[in-house]
Design a protein around this ligand. Sequence first.
Ligand SMILES: [Zn+2]
Ligand SMILES: [Zn+2]
Length: 640
Amino acid sequence: MNMIQLTFPDGRQKSFENQPTGLDVAMDISKGLARESVALELDGQIVDLSTRITADAQIRIITIKDKEALEILRHSAAHVMAEAILRIYKDAQLTIGPVVGDGFYYDIDMTAVSADDFPKIEKEMRKIVQSKTVFERQEVSKAEATAFFEDEPYKLEMISDLEDGTISFYKQGAFTDLCRGPHIPHTGFIKAFKLTKVSGAYWRADQQNAQLQRIYGTAFFSKKDLDTYLYLLEEARKRNHRKLGTELELFSFHDEAPGMPFFHAKGMVVWNLLLEYWREEHKNAGYVEIKTPIMLNRNLWERSGHWDNYRENMYFSTIDEYDYAIKPMNCPGGMLVYKSKRHSYKDLPIRAAEVGLVHRHELSGVLSGLFRVRAFHQDDAHIFMTPDQIGDEILGVLHLVERIYSTFGLGFHLELSTRPEKSIGTDQQWDQATEGLRAALTAYKKAFVINEGDGAFYGPKIDAHIEDALGRTWQCGTLQLDMSLPDRFDLSYIGSDNEKHRPIMIHRTIYGSIERFFGILIEHFAGKFPLWMAPVQAVILPINDTLTPYCRKEKEMLEQHGIRCEVDSRTESLNKKVREAQLNKIPLILTIGEKEKKSNTLSVRTLDGKVKYGVTQDPFLKQVLEHVQSRALAMEIFKD
Ligand SMILES: [Zn+2]
Ligand SMILES: [Zn+2]
């Protein structure tokens, strides 16, 4: 008898007779595992769980907990949706149905549908799911495939594009689709699904072709996961920074400068506070700040390499018949500042930061609020150092990253990217640089992900991905070791041996783009900035007109202590004013009536809906100032 030797991811091996399927192997391990198994990775390729293993192989059982499983599930849900639609819309013609982002879609040539039609399609899908129909793979020749799909023009067109050879079908019940697979074992794995939207699309994305209905949906292995997803989607919609940016009068965009934000008075308050905080942290961490021009000549960009490698993203002008470019990055200017003076090893490390306005030409189609703009400020810094300073300097950056993100209540994780295929520098330089970053990450004692081959062509890098209140991650900070620019600009320092040496240089950002970071913070806080950042920190509401002068005096007093304060003296009802203040996300809503005036107290309402009456002035002011000075995240004004 022929024995088959399987090797598991942990290196364990086991022999099987009779060519087992993936499911047989899972069953052999445990019934529980078999129940949760979705597919099989066979020598690096993901295939159906029912695939028969015919030779020795490396295998991995993919279960509902693996990230690949969700894609397999969602693609299977697309097949289920297609079957359901064909049951209802007899003339519908299927085209393609891929997995995208957090769900799937299917492009179908059919009568126009709207979200109102979703319930009946979902109802039909539910029947298919409940029937636990098995997905069966069939392999046929091109001629057989052509004959099978003779009435389906789109499928025929796709088949004609395929190479001759084996073509696979997937069949569930009476429905068969042309498909590479793999699929879940049966439709019953789709524990929760939902159709999410419909839009128009053209066959092969060509406007000359027929218009199709692109129906989107998503699917999960549990109802709870779907509910969480829908909740987060709704929260993200409510927190959309473009919507809140307008409502809170923070910024706007205009056709006169597409992709270039206009910050309004309230937005600038937040902006300046972000920078004030940034400067404070950087000063404490031993950075100096520099500022370089926005426009520099062609010569410089040729030297930096941007002219050859980055030109399509840059803006240009001609002055006195000479070519100039608007900077897309701060770095080359920073190199000139370093070069303007002779450096000794005793001066190193030099940590030179620049919050520079950069312009990058992005296609108009990709512009997206503050997240994707054409003009933004980057909080770049360049650290010039000797080779033996690499470890400490990188560790220093990581600590700074942590301090700054935690001030905003943002979690983060780190990813190390190593040498890509196309790169400059020697093996020894790459090893030294990569090991330097790895050693610092290890010393930092926080788990990190490694992206092999994902570094920049000029050096390895560490990216910091922040996690916001909705669990979404955003790459903001980056720390890149650069083996190119110091050469291109012939940077040097005089070592203890009195010889010239090339400094090691890193670029690093923490906010990344300040505009984008601002947008992320708006969504993270849902517009309810912590007290220290709020554009208006307190609004005073007199409960009748005669109290207005007294309230103005109160405002003056608070302003003298640096509290940003307004009085709402309009003749509107108190309820209405409170509601508006809440919509404007003002953290402290203070109401003053005759009683408060007489007792020199305040009624304090916070955005969590709590109200406290008879708050005495001095302790209140003291707590407010403490909150602001410590940049506290939570509002604990009522802590007695
Ligand atoms: Zn398919
Ligand atoms: Zn740089």
